[in-house]
Structure formats: C-alpha cells, structure tokens
Write a protein that binds this ligand. Structure first.
Ligand SMILES: Nc1ncnc2c1ncn2[C@@H]1O[C@H](COP(=O)(O)OP(=O)(O)O)[C@@H](O)[C@H]1O
Ligand SMILES: [Mg+2]
Length: 306
C-alpha cells in the first residue's frame, strides 16, 4: 500500500465511559433547572485564590450554558478594607456589617463597583460566559433605605425595592449579570448593602429557583461538626447563643427571609472545595448546608441534594 494519510486506533484501548456516566447523572438536574434562575452570592476565599477564582468562573459559565439563568451578587470586603487602609481609613464591623461613613462609601463605590466587579466579569468572559458588570445604581436596580442601625452603621442600607427590569433583560439575552451591591435613595445618597442581604432580596424579586451562598466555610458549623440542614428555630438559637457569629449572621438571617419570600432552596457551599457549586447543583448528595424552615421527613430523605 502506498503511504497512508489515515490513522489507526491504538490496539486494545477501549473508550472510557465514566465521563459519560457523570454527565448523564447531571441530566435530570439540567432538565429540571433549564430556564430557571439561580442567584449566586460570591464571597470568601473563592474570590481571592487564583485557582478557585478560575474554577468559579468555569462553574458559572457551565451553569449558564446548560440554560440556567445565573445572576451573581458579589462581596469584596477584603479589597475594601485594603483600599481603605491605603487611604488611612479605619475599618470597623458591628455584627458582621461594615460601619460606613461618606469617605468609606466612596471607597466602596470605587473598589466594589470598579475593580472587584470588573475582575469577576473578565474572568467569566475568558471562559465564554458573557458576563456584564453592573451595580445597584444601574437602571434603578437597588433602591435602598437606611438600616435601623444607621446611628451606628452610617451609610449601610437595607434593600427597599429591587427593580428587576435590567436583570431580566440581561438574563433573557443569555448574559450573566454580575452585581455590585450598592444602593441609591431619592436624596442622592449611595448605600453600602451587605452582599448577602442584596442577594437574598434579588433572589426573591426574581422568584429564583435557588439562592446559593459561596463562602469560605464547609457549611454552618456547630462545635466541630458541619450541619447538612439547618432549620429556622435552631438558627435563631445558634445566633442567640453565639454559635453563629460575625459574617455568618447576615447569611443566616437573609436565608430565612429568602425562603419566606418564596425561593425554593437556599444553600451555603464552600468555594474552597473544587467544583462545589457544580456538585451542589448536579449531584444527588449535594455539599454544604441547606437552610429550611422546618425539617420534614422528606427533607431528611433528600438531604442537602438539589
Ligand atoms: N457557626 C458558624 N459556622 C460557619 N462560619 C461561621 C460561624 N459563625 C461565624 N462564622 C464566620 O462567618 C464567616 C463567613 O462570613 P464572611 O466572612 O462575611 O464571608 P463572605 O465573604 O462569604 O460573606 C466564616 O468565615 C466564619 O468565620
Ligand atoms: Mg460577608
């Protein structure tokens, strides 16, 4: 035979079906969630470490590509603290919320809506996710009101109203909105809004299927054990007893507001566990902690699974 330009398969080498089985395990979840909205609160270590940042970007891109409407609300506390320190401004927290004066709100606007937001957008877009960075000021998205603790916290706001028009527009165009949680009021004030609170209110306003907090803990911890499911009554008691403290308080409080607002599932997953987001959404076991109002038999049988 003349010299061939075709290629033979190596002898004895069989195709490996394992990856096929893994993808097929995801199929019922893809069918269930296609066209549904997931709000993802992005915070913790997964926002700092280069490898974890890239994995997060790949995970959200994949969710979007299988037809899930993904909306990201991000934190950025560390970057704000660092920029504040460079400018000689002190940082104080009360019950996990940042005390915010006029100078601090400028830093937050600059850092959060500027650098932090655009870095996330860029990473997702490198994976083909079509992310668009916005802040709560864009298209009147987050109308804020002063927090009841305004005397202590300053320009820390609560969500008064979410206008979903622009978010819907972006999602319907196949884009991923990446939202910096700052709000406006009718008196030209800009407010710092805890990203957990903002994500919760956005999830309710969008009638999202799920709200997922990506943080840097395996789940809600009690002593040295991680809860698979946490019910409302226990959560209140854990806060009361100081078992849940600091940045976990706004997460837990807003998780129950979200459930009461009609969102089906609220989860906390660890951004430090590789692909935790995909494991939570697409596998039977799930990861992290699921928030429920009451633990029912059915919930126990399902566990933290989607
Ligand atoms: N019971 C608890 N279980 C888990 N984490 C807790 C608990 N109580 C307090 N925390 C703290 O809450 C932190 C998460 O909140 P935060 O630092 O605001 O992160 P994020 O950037 O994800 O909002 C954890 O790193 C942990 O230090
Ligand atoms: Mg926080």
């Amino acid at each position: 035979m003349e010299k061939m330009c075709s290629e033979f398969r190596p002898e004895g080498k069989k195709p490996e079906p394992a990856i096929g089985y893994m993808l097929v395990e995801a199929l019922p979840y893809i069918r269930k969630f296609e066209g549904k909205t997931f709000v993802i609160k992005y915070g913790g270590a997964a926002m700092k470490d280069e490898v974890l940042k890239n994995i997060f970007a790949e995970n959200v891109t994949l969710l979007r590509k299988v037809g899930i409407k993904v909306v990201i609300v991000h934190g950025g506390g560390d970057a704000i603290t660092k920029t504040s320190a460079k400018l000689g401004l002190e940082t104080t927290f009360v019950h996990g919320k940042r005390v915010t004066d006029r100078q601090t709100i400028d830093v937050i606007q600059m850092t959060l809506a500027g650098k932090v937001n655009q870095d996330i957008v860029q990473l997702i877009n490198e994976d083909g996710g079509n992310a668009v960075g916005v802040s709560g000021l864009d298209a009147d998205m987050i109308l804020a009101k002063p927090s009841p603790n305004a005397a202590t916290l300053g320009l820390v706001g609560e969500v008064a109203e979410i206008n979903t028009r622009y978010i819907d527009l972006l999602c319907d165009a196949g884009l991923i909105p990446v939202i910096a949680p700052i709000g406006y009021d009718m008196e030209s004030n800009v407010y710092n809004i805890n990203a957990d609170d903002a994500a919760a209110c956005i999830a309710v306003a969008l009638r999202a299927e799920k709200l997922i907090y990506v943080s840097d803990v395996e789940g809600v911890r009690v002593g040295n054990r991680i809860l698979k499911t946490i019910c409302k009554a226990d959560a209140a008691e854990f806060i009361e007893k100081g078992i849940i403290t600091g940045g976990m308080i706004p997460k837990v409080v807003s998780a129950y507001q979200t459930l009461d607002g009609g969102v089906g599932k609220v989860h906390l997953v660890d951004g430090q566990i590789t692909h935790s987001l995909l494991l939570e959404v697409f596998t039977n076991e799930g990861v992290g902690t699921q928030f429920v109002n009451e633990i029912e038999n059915e919930t126990i049988a399902e566990g933290a699974a989607s």
